[in-house]
Design a binder for this molecule. Structure first.
Ligand SMILES: Cc1cc2nc3c(=O)[nH]c(=O)nc-3n(C[C@H](O)[C@H](O)[C@H](O)COP(=O)(O)OP(=O)(O)OC[C@H]3O[C@@H](n4cnc5c(N)ncnc54)[C@H](O)[C@@H]3O)c2cc1C
Ligand SMILES: NC(=O)c1ccc[n+]([C@@H]2O[C@H](COP(=O)([O-])OP(=O)(O)OC[C@H]3O[C@@H](n4cnc5c(N)ncnc54)[C@H](OP(=O)(O)O)[C@@H]3O)[C@@H](O)[C@H]2O)c1
Length: 457
């Protein structure tokens, strides 16, 4: 990408997950303004949660990666991996090098329960657990030894994913791209009782029916549901909650001979403490109900569940990017339909946002496509308007902009290019082939960076 061509608009996208890739596709796919895009990611690999979130045994959704990979077929798109916003590049660097910046950094932290003991060893977020089994190079190791009872808090699709991974046999996961160390740990695990805890009723659960059905039909799994779970369920439920309630009733009524593991749903229970001497030994739950305003309140009735592993699956949380306006309460970059605004609501020219960091940590991969289209529509409209007015907002007045890849190279930074990522991809496929699998992930920085250098000049 030459620095001299001022007729071509240059856009940096921070984050090469689904939302960043959809934004890049929308930018190079429109014909109003010629655009070149740099996709910047802190990891040496694109795809965000598609690679490090979507469950490894859900191979059909992984094929979405093939559709997203086509983003890189365009000559107008580059990948700059191993480049972290806030560490390797600043907001000022990007605004100097690009006409516009789109933040697509997702949600890299967790919502907190806010109960005593939630940070005890043995209590961790589902995000960390998912990152571990997905081979994320920053994921903390998981030690499942001594875990006989596991508790998952929350009933969204992430809770279903982690419960399913714990419920399945390690043998059945051998075919996935999980790293060998993860599979070895899953082979060691002896958690024969898995509790899934919901603070409201079965008809309020956030999980989708397909995912619930798959979980309760895990071979060899006996499902139980607490007796009071179905009290007070209205007759006129919408399709999804109705189907979920039916599946739960059926699963609880079915007796599985010689079950390998047991999955216990506890509805109308909220955690009020995680207890243990130096590590998790128990979870204290309080029975709940809805008050007149529909808010979850405790009834004062408590129970103690002995457990050695607590996985908090109550949602992800985005974090502020240095210098970029952030709404701490909503945990999103402050924006109006993807145009970034400051605390006073004033639009910040040339800065945009897409994906989970724009609207919060909900929605499937496809949701990010329409979301990115909305932002890109505004970006292109602003660009066209600025050019028509001869405004300097998008640097239409000319002047050289530095090439970020060259700037980083001059600083001695090891940027992973698209070829570098393709080398990682090839190394993982080769590693998998040696084990009779489609892919086996590299899960450490030295392995990833080492592989990225193999095909690079
Ligand atoms: C566990 C889990 C399983 C899921 N399973 C499914 C599923 O089966 N099907 C489905 O349709 N949806 C699924 N989803 C939802 C889907 O993954 C999200 O909708 C989607 O990934 C959000 O896209 P995003 O680009 O906003 O964020 P992300 O996918 O998180 O991408 C953000 C990218 O930004 C990068 N980044 C972060 N900070 C920086 C920084 N400072 N500098 C540079 N780069 C940075 C990250 O490395 C990452 O690559 C799942 C979500 C989770 C959490
Ligand atoms: N296969 C798939 O398609 C797939 C797989 C994984 C993820 N995803 C998507 O990714 C997004 C994120 O999923 P997610 O599971 O992280 O979030 P989610 O769907 O928002 O579910 C969060 C769960 O946590 C509960 N919760 C929140 N705060 C709590 C608290 N303080 N105490 C107890 N429980 C609490 C919520 O209960 P309340 O309802 O009571 O608040 C809810 O059950 C979703 O859109 C999901 O569909 C999709």
């Amino acid at each position: 990408m030459g620095s001299a061509d001022r007729d071509v608009t240059r856009v940096a996208i921070v984050g090469a997950g689904p939302s960043g890739l959809f934004a890049a596709q929308a930018l190079v796919g429109q014909s109003e303004v010629p655009v070149q895009v740099d996709l910047i990611d802190r990891l040496p690999c694109p795809y965000g949660l598609l690679r490090y979130g979507v469950a490894p045994d859900h191979t059909s959704i992984k094929s979405v990666a093939n559709a997203l990979a086509r983003t890189f077929d365009s000559d107008g798109v580059r990948f700059l991996g191993n480049v972290e916003f806030g560490r390797d590049v600043s907001r000022a660097d990007l605004l100097a090098a690009y006409d516009a910046v789109v933040y697509a950094a997702g949600a890299s932290e967790d919502a907190q329960l806010g109960v005593p003991g939630e940070d005890l060893p043995g209590s961790r977020s589902a995000r960390e657990f998912v990152a571990w089994y997905s081979g994320h190079p920053d994921a903390p190791e998981q030690d499942l030894s001594g875990v006989r009872v596991a508790a998952v808090i929350g009933v969204g699709n992430v809770a279903v994913d982690v419960a399913r991974v714990l419920a399945k046999t390690a043998e059945s996961l051998e075919v996935t791209d999980m790293p060998p160390g993860v599979l070895a740990e899953l082979h060691r695990h002896e958690a024969d009782d898995i509790h899934v805890i919901a603070r409201r009723g079965p008809h309020h659960a956030a999980f989708t029916t397909v995912e619930l059905r798959e979980l309760v039909h895990t071979p060899g799994l006996q499902v139980t549901v607490n007796e009071d779970a179905f009290d007070g369920i209205p007759d006129d439920l919408d399709r999804r909650p109705k189907a979920n309630v039916e599946i739960l009733r059926e699963a609880a009524a079915k007796v599985v001979e010689n079950p390998r593991r047991r999955l216990h749903f506890s509805f109308w229970r909220k955690p009020i403490a995680v207890e243990g001497d130096g590590r998790v030994e128990a979870l204290v739950l309080e029975r709940t109900r809805l008050d007149e305003a529909g808010k979850v309140v405790g009834t004062g009735e408590t129970q103690r569940l002995e457990t050695q592993l607590v996985l908090r699956s109550i949602g992800y949380r985005s974090v502020a990017l240095p210098g970029v306006p952030f709404d701490e309460r909503a945990a999103v970059i402050s924006n109006v339909e993807g145009r970034i605004v400051d605390a006073a609501g004033v639009v910040q020219p040339r800065e945009y946002v897409v994906g989970w960091i724009k609207r919060g940590p909900t929605g499937v991969i496809g949701t990010n496509k329409s979301d990115a289209s909305q932002t890109v529509r505004h970006l292109v409209a602003d660009l066209v308007a600025a050019r028509a007015e001869g405004s300097d907002d998008f640097g239409a007045g000319g002047g050289e902009r530095p090439d970020l890849a060259a700037v980083l190279a001059a600083r001695g930074h090891d940027v992973v290019s698209l070829d570098g990522w393709r080398a990682i991809d090839a190394a993982e496929i080769a590693r998998g082939a040696a084990l009779g699998r489609e892919r086996t992930k590299l899960d450490s920085w030295p392995e990833l960076m080492g592989a990225s250098h193999r095909l690079q000049g």
